[in-house]
Write a protein that binds this ligand. Structure first.
Ligand code: BG6
Length: 493
């Protein structure tokens, strides 16, 4: 996307937590694919920072190993060799000042290099130490140039998000800070903006007069993998709903921005978040449901209960599923429920936004064999495939007045095109200094405010959490969120 300012291309990219999950699964493959697409400047070097007592050679064999099954074309190519050659390894401890001295001494001096990117692919509890330590060795300068990238969750509630933001602002200018929510880099999410604002067909219908309700589902079949020490403290509400799902909600609900640029987009998203009706203390039960997976079967394979996962407290009541209902009290959306749900170890991986339209005002075909017409849906699939479907009824050819459901399918990709991973888009934006798809602090703050009543309520109700079998669509109780009997979760495209 286009930025307003001139990008200052960085010459060094530092990955803190280089041997961790995020780095191995997302960052390294995405950087490689940028290399393969010739989008990394020749002079960019990458420093992998981690605790393991390695040198460059060990790091490079580690890269070969972790990337083997994850990149197009494999690791025996000239592109891969070029990619490997960009890397060097810095052994260090995130809490140890001397490690940052050592890091600083490897970086080119500011007069030789316009900027450095520091990517914090680490646990949120380690952010503060890194920010302090970078400042202590002067790596927060040049101000306005060196960049720091933070993964979500940004804080664990409104107060801690504020504290983290204050700390960042003590040492970095706002344009140096990239708060990432990788869902905003997903093709369907960006496409939603184009779909809504580049087509005159859609926008007139996109409001309370025509839309009955909106569902946002992010179902994952994976469990918590080996992230228990983070996840058991966070839970699904903090890990997914406050950020990824809330961002999807804002993109569905926002007004057209004045211009397609970072601040104008952020302004509209914040307006949506501010218009969400606060959930009263006594209404939390009616608006939010949590549950945890019990053992079950996924793809024919038995999987353990959450409490049996390695590193999870045996009596943990952390939620691995959350469903919630929100209302946006503005002219466009008043009275339209937005149902959000996400969970781990669900039947299969499906992420989609499903928009259900109202029934036609007149049931013209009631007296015919066709008793009633089901409502129309627009389905925006985010994962595993990226597509947009419109569900409409047509008459079946023949003598009777029978209908048939037809899906108009628009797959975004042409047959010769490859899907992009969100991180490819976002890492390129970081390198080019474009912050449109990154979060401004007030978006994060308002999203915390929206979920705050739920967090507070759950924090005191700590005796019990209902369960759902792994491999299911979550607890049946999630159906009680619906405002009317003809609404139900949509699991299929
Ligand atoms: C991360 C969450 O932000 O998003 C994970 O911490 C989750 O728990 C992941 O699995 C899902 O992202 P994606 O892009 O793999 O669907």
């Amino acid at each position: 996307m286009n930025a307003r300012h001139e990008p200052q291309l960085p010459c060094t990219f530092v990955i803190f937590g280089a041997t961790g999950n995020l780095s191995s699964n997302k960052l390294l493959p995405a950087l490689y694919h940028l290399e393969a697409a010739a989008r990394l400047s020749e002079s960019l070097s990458i420093i992998a920072f981690s605790r393991r007592p390695w040198g460059d050679d060990e790091w490079r064999s580690h890269m070969r190993e972790v990337l083997a099954g994850k990149i197009k074309d494999g690791t025996d190519t000239p592109v891969f060799s070029r990619f490997l050659a960009r890397f060097s390894y810095q052994q260090g401890d995130l809490n140890d000042a001397a490690s940052y001295q050592a890091l600083a001494s490897r970086l080119p001096p500011p007069e030789a290099c316009s900027s450095t990117v520091f990517y914090l692919a680490i646990k949120p509890s380690e952010f503060a130490a890194v920010i302090h330590n970078l400042e202590a060795v002067g790596l927060n300068r040049p101000r306005g140039q060196n960049r720091v990238v933070l993964e979500k969750p940004f804080g664990e509630d409104v107060e801690s998000a504020h504290t983290l933001n204050q700390l960042l602002h003590q040492h970095f200018d706002e344009e140096q800070i990239f708060r990432i929510d990788h869902f905003l880099g997903k093709e369907t999410v960006q496409n939603l903006l184009v779909f809504r604002f580049a087509n005159t067909l859609i926008e007139p219908l996109w409001n309370r007069n025509f839309i009955d309700h909106v569902q946002i589902t992010v179902a994952e079949s994976i469990g918590i993998e080996n992230r228990a020490d983070y996840y058991d403290r966070a839970g699904a509400l903090r890990d997914m709903l406050q950020n990824h799902l809330m961002q999807l909600l804002t993109v569905v609900a926002m007004e057209p921005p004045a211009a397609f640029e970072a601040d104008a987009l952020h302004d509209e998203k914040v307006k949506v978040l501010r218009s969400i009706r606060p959930i009263a203390k006594r209404a939390v039960h009616a608006h939010a449901i949590r549950a945890q997976y019990a053992r079950g079967t996924i793809d024919g394979r038995a999987v353990p209960a959450y409490q049996q996962e390695e590193g999870v407290e045996p009596n943990s009541i952390t939620e691995t599923f959350v469903a919630a209902k929100f209302y946006i009290d503005n002219w466009r959306w008043r009275g339209v429920p937005f149902y959000l749900r996400t969970g781990k170890r669900m039947e299969r991986q499906t992420s989609m936004i499903a928009i259900r339209f109202r029934l036609p005002p007149q049931q013209l075909f009631r007296e015919t064999p066709l008793e009633s017409i089901d409502p129309n849906w627009i389905l925006l699939s985010i994962q595993p495939d990226e597509s947009m479907r419109m569900e409409i009824y047509v008459k079946q050819p023949g003598l009777d007045m029978d209908t048939r459901l037809m899906q108009m399918l628009a797959s975004y990709l042409k047959t010769d095109e490859q899907p992009l991973d969100a991180y490819e888009t976002l890492l390129l934006d970081v390198i080019e200094g474009d912050r449109s798809l990154f979060l401004r602090f007030d978006e994060i703050e308002w999203a915390w405010r929206v979920v705050d009543p739920i967090l507070k309520h759950w924090a005191v109700e700590r005796e019990y959490i209902p369960t759902y079998p792994a491999g299911s669509w979550g607890p049946a109780d999630a159906n009680r969120l619906f405002d009317s009997d003809d609404q139900a979760w949509r699991n299929e495209l």
